[in-house]
Write a protein that binds this ligand. Sequence first.
Ligand SMILES: Nc1ncnc2c1ncn2[C@@H]1O[C@H](COP(=O)(O)OP(=O)(O)OP(=O)(O)O)[C@@H](O)[C@H]1O
Length: 621
Amino acid sequence: MKHLGALGKYFWKYRIRLGAGILFVALSNYFNVLSPQLMRFIVNYVDQSLVLTGNAARPGGSGFGAETRGYDVLVKKIVDWVTRYNSIARVVFIASIVILVLALLRGFFMFLMRQTIIVMSRHIEYDQKNEVYNQYQRLSGRFFKSHTTGDLMNRIAEDVSRVRIFTGPAIMYIVNLLTVIILSVFFMVQSSVELTIYVLIPLPVLAVIIYFVNSNIHKKSEKIQAALSDLTTNAQESYSGIRVIKSFVQENAMFNFFSVNSEHYRKNAIALARVEAIYFPSIQLLIGISTLFTIMIGGLYYIHHEHNITLGTIVEFIVYVNMLTFPVSAIGLTASMVQRAAASQKRLNEFLDIVPEIKNETGATPLQLDGSIAFNAVDFTYPDTGIRALQQFDLKVRKGEKIAITGKTGSGKTTVAQLLLRMYDADSGAVVLQHHNIRDIDLYALREQISYVPQDVFLFSDTVANNIRFGKPGASMEEVIAAAEIAGVAREIDGFEKGYDTMIGERGVTLSGGQKQRISIARALIKESAIIIFDDSLSAVDAKTEKEIMGRLNAYLDERSAIIITHRVFSLLSFDRIIVLDEGKIAEQGSHDELMKIPDGFYARLYHRQQMGLGTEEPTP
Ligand SMILES: Nc1ncnc2c1ncn2[C@@H]1O[C@H](COP(=O)(O)OP(=O)(O)OP(=O)(O)O)[C@@H](O)[C@H]1O
């Protein structure tokens, strides 16, 4: 329950709606509890009138003496007003119309109650979804590595919905339950204390049943939720990896895996349905017993002229008991709504309370980057795997310098890019840009001024133009085309039937790997930053195209600093410096000619291998 405390800020934000909603619930119930009193009046009035005309149900009738006992002030006024008419039919007719008016008033306030509380819950749902989404955006790559997409999706969709059920329907039921019970018990006691006690006797039993059955329901619901989460993750991975599944002919295995999860979910859902099936009839039974007590004991009191019980009182109590039926039977449902919401909010809080590892330090400056970079004795170990990716790594890049980084796979090349984008912070040493430690530079300004083309391309389900424009929102069509031209993909885009308006499916399924890579490059180039990082960004294009692109890039890069990570060395000729990384350390460094002179050097061997057309694999020592 304490987890729901996190919603306090939202309730405060929408306090006027909430306050009005509570008032409307109370008013709606107030008008609701008045009608049983009027029904008592009508029955007693008719009964008494029949006595006077000699047609009483029993000699003496109910007597008007008991009638006004426990009436609400408003009901008293209504009774005074209707009894001014002499005809029984007229009194009954007018009193009945008043009951109808009361029902309408009740309905009107109920409508207002929904308009305020349910609308408030939708606002909170919207705010909370945005809050969670924003937090997802702020969290670091490490967080996303340790949580599945299915789990993230479940929390932002399923958990937020469950919390909404608390902030809307559950709050409404709770306020409704409390006001109905307080008002009806108050008026029942006013009418007859003895009968009230008998009518309420089954309630403790009801409370015990509700408690036990409800905790059972809660446990089962939790299991269902966990099973549903597995199922979602399972399905989501199947969609994303459909090409791998098909190529490995693993459709049946995947389906079997899904069916096992699905079966687990089904069993839990059926178990829950069974418990719920027992729950509602038991509640109805106990409410039925209350009604039985009302008629039996009320009837006996009436026959024996005890405790001023009239026929009208019995009718009034029957209506009260019926009035309590729904709110009381909804106690379990409401309690489980609250429990589920608390569990969901706990899951949301787990994410919302995470302080992003990488965040702006106070006083961080939005530095205008000129392109000079320095890695000073940087050590970095990935916290989740403990892999030491960079060791005492030193690198100085002057403004406008073009550096190529090569080396064996896993030697730490991408890590250099990750630290430069401040996706991680160095454990020791420092990354310095224009004499400013990277930690003192405004994070968003930093990333805004670095163009990064990652190894694994990701394109959005949008048009080609919008995917390129992602690098510079609001860029003109000319800028988009210019970027595509430098990236060497313009001719292919022109060949598409809809050109730059061609929709790219999820993850760009309609494009070839090379096309996707080049669109991703165009997206980075349009950004026009002082620093450009290519992380093996041309691995899927042929060597000739790569050379052409490199040629155009040379002109584009001009004054910009560039770090090009690659496994293909023969295109590195025009670089100012080439770095060979090995186990997180610089193994070789220099121009092409200098590196070629190192006897048995990694670079020289790799160059020869590739010249002989033996591919990009690393040379064996
Ligand atoms: N996000 C990560 N979490 C944990 N360990 C990582 C992560 N990324 C990389 N590593 C590990 O750190 C080491 C350096 O990885 P890095 O990606 O920098 O190498 P690389 O030289 O770019 O490799 P490749 O040429 O295959 O892209 C590797 O051993 C790798 O397994």
